[in-house]
Design a protein around this ligand. Sequence first.
Ligand code: KG4
Ligand code: ZN
Length: 337
Amino acid sequence: MNKRAPILGIETSCDETAAAVLAWDGTILAEAVHSQLDDHARFGGVVPEVAARAHLSRLPGIARGVMAQAGLGFGDLGGVAATSGPGLIGGLIVGASYGKGLAMAHGLPFVAVNHLEAHALTVLLTDPGTRFPYLLLLVSGGHCQCVAVEGLGRYRRMGTTLDDAVGEAFDKSAKLLGLPWPGGPHLERLARAGDARAVPLPRPMLGRPGCDFSFSGLKTAVARAVQKGAAAADIAASFQAAVADVLADRARHALHAMPEATALVVAGGVAANAAVREALAREALLAGVPLAAPPPRLCGDNAVMVAWAGILRLRAGLSDALEHAPRPRWPLDEMAG
Ligand code: KG4
Ligand code: ZN
């Protein structure tokens, strides 16, 4: 086994089955993401057992596919990194077990990757100018938090959501507007035709000390606006503007509490939203730091970020035993221990 050989990354924590091969220097040699949208759409959300079974049947083909695309055999790898938490336990077990099997068969080191850490470190691959420490705003369907990223494995959670994650708020509001699931991207498209000032919506937590979030009140207000018969595009635009205002306000507080931050980094599926990015870019400018965000395809769940987190850990001499148990709950600030 060549220590600096390419790394295979595997992601199966939610409803994306993904694999990627990255060279030791981070060059992406091959990547594939299969979204299970069709498997879950009729349920209006991710069904854990359906997800686990779909990962089980698709992962081997997807992994062999990226290896072929990279022109490599499994024996040419330098390690295998698989998301091992947090997430849906069935999918985590499928991905981690598959990765461990490959590692065992080919005598490779195995890295149990924390999915949140993978989101947090993606920017070091996509914006090589970014340096520790930076402020991370992680905004996805399952997570909504402000994290001080001080170094590899050194994360301090500064704030989190008191109820729904922001992606969840997008998805629930989109559902109220009759849009297909997951609604975030559909709501953004609809908002383009609407007036962001047409429907007055609350800005939960705005101006409050700290960096916590809350979105359930906003969702309730959207339900009320739908009942009152406001135009769907106006509701969508007003909702998006309210979310962008709240995220900007929370980022402002977090940047204030972390004066050593060299950048504001946004990651997670909602980071693909242009209005959110614009609002955060304004905050970053005011704070005098750059806004860094991975390209949209690497903001959502993918295996490039998993392979990259694996590479950074292997470079630091870190790997995990094959006994490592996947963790449905795995807060970032427990990474050091
Ligand atoms: O990071 P991600 O792919 O999966 C996890 O939750 O970990 O994030 C998915 C979430 C969904 O809630 C989806 O609706 C939201 O990100 N999302 C968006 C956009 N694209 C994806 N929300 C708003 N605007 C978008 N363009
Ligand atoms: Zn994610």
